[in-house]
Design a protein around this ligand. Structure first.
Ligand SMILES: Nc1ncnc2c1ncn2[C@@H]1O[C@H](COP(=O)(O)OP(=O)(O)OP(=O)(O)O)[C@@H](O)[C@H]1O
Length: 369
């Protein structure tokens, strides 16, 4: 019935193969999980979630389950096949091709990806399902450049959870970490008894923001190393204090190709910084603008309830659909003004090797070595 063709990837729990389905007359992906690597409850949960998501009203941006079978040793989930693999690998190729002076041949359509992910997540939430592991590795690409959200193995059919071990650290919302970052069994049980439940939908919103951030900068918002969870806490605190300064210092400045002496120079540098694979973010100010929208709507640290995917998509739509030829109030100069207003880059927020000069607007100059 299924003819295995080639190995796609070996994951933590199982192996994914490309196969040919004689029944469906198309390529499929076989996700094969050895029974000793998982529990029956966990595979049952993934199956139940996939069954709901893959019913007759299946969603174009969710990787559907076509079949499921098992034998003595393995569980096999038969999935729609996505020809171009996952976004993480895709970006890796894009990054290796691009250079600061020339864009990568591979480019991604940011607006399309954002809209399709929003649509997939909204659909799942409308069915009572939270994904809980949204990240570039779980976003699959089709040959048409569409995306499909995959790997629903950590999903839950509930809006509330007090499970602090679920998901991928680099993309997890702050409230889904236990308060002390102690992984001992005792601590975990204590956390589960004492900790307040978190909202699984709002946690998905954060992961969506962190995923888009990765697409923009080719890097994670916070890199959570297992041995340095305290650093993660410090990063979160610093980010919460001034998210724009945090992003500016850690992600924008290191990407600036050259130093700059006056405001005009800075604008030139920022323009050249255009990332290698941003297809539809015409200039660096659009990148800042998208960051601003994410910070205001998705990447809210302390009050998860304030996160709103609706507000996010509305603001993205508004920003992208502005026709600058008609709306002269949103021309290049006004975008520059908006950047300085929104980001309020101040002396404290500039990196150590930069100093702030008082031009008409704040301007950064590089210290001579
Ligand atoms: N339907 C598919 N079409 C094409 N490639 C796929 C498909 N499903 C999965 N893959 C590839 O296999 C990888 C692993 O798949 P998946 O995340 O579902 O397995 P996993 O065992 O849960 O992995 P992990 O636990 O490491 O996240 C994906 O990142 C993707 O590259």
């Amino acid at each position: 019935m299924y003819k295995k063709l080639r190995l796609i990837q070996s994951g933590t729990f199982g192996t994914v193969y490309k196969a040919w389905s004689t029944e469906h007359n198309c390529y499929v992906a076989l996700k094969i999980t050895p029974k000793y690597k998982t529990s029956e409850a966990s595979i049952q949960n993934e199956y139940d979630v996939m069954k709901v998501l893959s019913s007759h009203n299946s969603h174009p941006n969710i990787c559907s389950m076509l079949d499921f079978y098992t034998d003595d040793s393995y569980y096999v989930m038969v999935l729609e096949y996505c020809e171009c693999g996952d976004l993480y690998d895709f970006l890796d190729i894009a990054k290796s091709q691009g250079t600061p002076s020339s864009s990568s041949l591979i480019q991604i359509d940011m607006q399309k990806i954002i809209k399709q992910l929003y649509s997939a997540i909204s659909f799942a939430h409308s069915l009572g399902i939270a994904h809980r592991d949204i990240k570039p590795e779980n976003v699959l690409l089709t040959i048409n450049g569409d995306v499909k959200l995959a790997d629903w193995g950590h999903a839950i059919q509930s809006t509330k959870s007090n499970d602090f071990q679920i998901g991928t650290d680099n993309y997890r919302a702050p409230e889904t970490f236990s308060s002390c970052f102690d992984n001992s069994c005792f601590r975990r049980r204590l956390d589960q008894l004492q900790a307040p439940l978190y909202n699984t939908y709002k946690a998905d919103y954060w992961s969506l923001g962190a995923t888009i951030f990765y697409l923009m900068f080719g890097d994670c918002l916070f890199r959570v190393s297992k041995s340095k969870k305290s650093q993660h806490l410090r990063n979160l605190k610093e980010f919460e204090k001034n998210p724009f300064a945090f992003i500016y210092e850690k992600y924008v400045v290191p990407r600036l190709p050259c130093g700059y002496n006056d405001e005009e120079d800075l604008h030139m540098s920022l323009q050249q910084t255009r990332q290698y694979f941003w297809q539809d973010l015409p200039d660096i100010y659009d990148v800042f603008h998208l960051c601003k929208i994410m910070v205001d709507t998705l990447l809210i640290v302390s009050n998860a309830e304030e996160r709103s995917m609706e507000a996010f998509i509305n603001q993205v739509d508004f920003a992208w659909n502005k026709d600058t030829s008609i709306d002269s109030s949103f021309n290049y100069q006004s975008k520059i003004n908006l950047f300085w207003e929104q980001w309020s880059i101040s002396a404290e927020s500039t990196p150590a090797n930069f100093q702030l000069k008082n031009f008409e607007k704040p301007c950064l100059v590089q210290e001579s070595k």
